[in-house]
Unconditional design. Structure first.
Lengths: 275, 257
């Protein structure tokens, strides 16, 4: 091996310099701004082509133009806002309730030995349960109005928020807490000025997950027992084989999810600019 | 105000880290603590600063702290321990925020600390925008803002490059020159110890015991003279010969851990 290497080296002209071969390419993917949109446009264009050319049955997969028309008609008739407002009301109420409770419990678990012992046991036991499975029980407890749907969303949001909050508290560098203690900074000030901002990246990441959970649960809950709401609308459209309407509902859900993601991006940019 | 290590022993579980360590840091005195890796230097500093409860013995203060001191025992950390979400100014202000001092006084204290550490032009910068040396300067400014009687410095220069270390060493010498502030200076670096300390406490390998206390027979001003270099180098060699064998043993122990 060594002999062969030395033979290869001797084949080069020792007097003439040659560039060192570049070997450092790759393994550094960067997200191009336009590539995603172009890919999406291409998929939609192909989808439209498939629909217009009759390659697929429009009952099973309506063309994007048909979905756009369905959305337009929904918006013009006022039904879109009616369904959307009910969904937003449920998501908003459930998310706020679950988040407030999750943040309080998450901080308690992150800061107190007793709360950690009790809280983690309960969370470990209850977190894996699909919360939608509790909806019938919640209907029994709370009646058939909005309360069980909001409670289902709140439960789903609560667990993921509590976990992200206490994980965030745990992730705050201990040296920062010790530094604050070394200056005799009081407990409440350490929580407010060290632990809260230190845990915020994890908390905001948790918001992103809990918003998705809330969206998932509102659709599920509305499919089980609601007259209005995007989930109810999608279910009704499916029952009537109105697949353009069904997909219009799906697109609206997707846009809603994107809007929430954008909002959290803005929050992150504002609150975590120091990163 | 004196700081006394009174028969301090400490163990982590079954691991004995410190064994009856005793010494006194007198008012305005700079005491360096050196010893092999894992001998408990940083643990000892945490105990002296009240951040860790010793298994036996105790850290004591004797005498009143200076009247204007807001935090008599103040740490300067190896990893700077700066709040990344706060600007330089907010980091320096951090230990003052909960204290009952007027806004005017607070402003004056912060301005003075930033000026003394050459950070006046960087008050709006975030830690991520600063070099390692500048970050440590923020850590020092934050410590100075509370007018400590004794600085507890845990390898404050070890995370920095050699040029920055030299510059900050000059800063330390200047800050400690008037004797108004004492220091306990934990370091691996014997050169730093002989340049800065009035006395050097040499700890044995784990469990750390006081093996020897070496007094530097010249003032810090005198150490800057060319003639003193040889003497300091000799002292450094003496210290190294004291800990060399144990440092080798400690190194092997770490590798086999």
């Amino acid at each position: 091996m060594l002999d062969r290497a030395s033979q290869q080296n001797t084949q080069h002209d020792e007097a003439s310099p040659r560039p060192v071969a570049f070997r450092g390419a790759g393994f550094a993917p960067s997200a191009g701004r336009s590539s995603g949109w172009i890919a999406l446009a291409l998929v939609i264009a192909f989808w439209q082509l498939a629909g217009s050319a009759g390659w697929v049955n429009p009952l099973f997969l309506p063309a994007p133009s048909a979905i756009a028309v369905a959305i337009y008609k929904l918006a013009m008739s006022g039904a879109l806002w009616q369904h959307l407002s009910w969904s937003i009301l449920r998501i908003g109420s459930g998310w706020i309730l679950g988040t407030v409770a999750g943040v309080i419990v998450g901080f308690a678990i992150g800061l107190s030995t007793l709360a950690r012992g009790v809280g983690i046991t309960f969370i470990s036991a209850l977190f894996p349960i699909p919360k939608i499975a509790l909806l019938p029980l919640l209907i029994l407890w709370l009646g058939i109005g909005e309360e069980p749907k909001i409670a289902t969303i709140a439960l789903g949001v609560f667990f993921s928020t509590a976990i992200s909050v206490y994980s965030g508290v745990d992730a705050v560098p201990r040296n920062l807490i010790r530094m604050a203690q070394s200056f005799n900074v009081p407990f409440h000030a350490i929580v407010r000025r060290v632990i809260w901002p230190g845990a915020l990246p994890s908390i905001l990441a948790g918001f992103r997950i809990s918003a998705s959970v809330a969206l998932l649960l509102v659709v599920s809950a509305e499919m089980i027992g609601a007259e209005f709401g995007i989930g109810a609308f999608v279910l009704q459209a499916g029952n009537l084989m109105q697949t353009d309407q069904l997909l219009a509902g799906v697109v609206i859900l997707s846009l809603f999810g994107l809007a929430v993601g954008k909002l959290i991006n803005l929050l992150e940019a504002r609150l975590l600019h120091w990163r | 105000m004196d700081l006394i290590a009174d028969h301090i022993s400490h163990r982590f579980g079954a691991l004995d880290v410190l064994d009856k360590v005793s010494f006194t840091v007198r008012s305005g005195e700079v005491v360096a603590i050196v010893g092999p890796s894992g001998c408990g230097k940083s643990t000892l500093l945490s105990i002296l600063g009240g951040l860790l409860r010793p298994s036996e013995g105790q850290a004591e203060l004797r005498g009143a702290p200076p009247a204007n001191s807001l935090n008599p025992l103040t740490f300067v950390f190896q990893d700077f321990a700066l709040l990344p979400w706060c600007t330089v100014e907010a980091n320096v202000e951090f230990p003052l925020a909960h204290l009952p001092i007027s806004d005017t006084d607070r402003r004056a204290v912060i301005d003075d600390a930033l000026r003394r550490t050459g950070l006046a032009d960087f008050r709006g910068a975030y830690p991520k925008q600063l070099s390692g040396g500048m970050r440590q300067r923020v850590g020092i400014a934050r410590a100075l803002a509370v007018r400590p009687a004794i600085l507890l410095m845990d390898e404050p220069l070890s995370a920095l490059d050699s040029q920055t270390r030299e510059l900050l060493m000059e800063d330390f010498i200047r800050l400690l020159a008037d004797g108004a502030m004492g220091a306990v200076y934990v370091t691996h670096n014997l050169e730093e110890a002989v340049r800065l300390a009035d006395r050097i406490v040499v700890l044995s390998r784990r469990p750390g015991r006081v093996r020897e206390t070496v007094t530097i027979p010249m003032t810090r001003d005198e150490r800057g003279d060319i003639g003193a270099r040889e003497k300091l180098l000799g002292l450094q060699n003496d210290l190294w010969s004291l800990i060399r064998e144990e440092a080798i043993d400690a190194e092997r122990e770490v590798q086999h851990a």
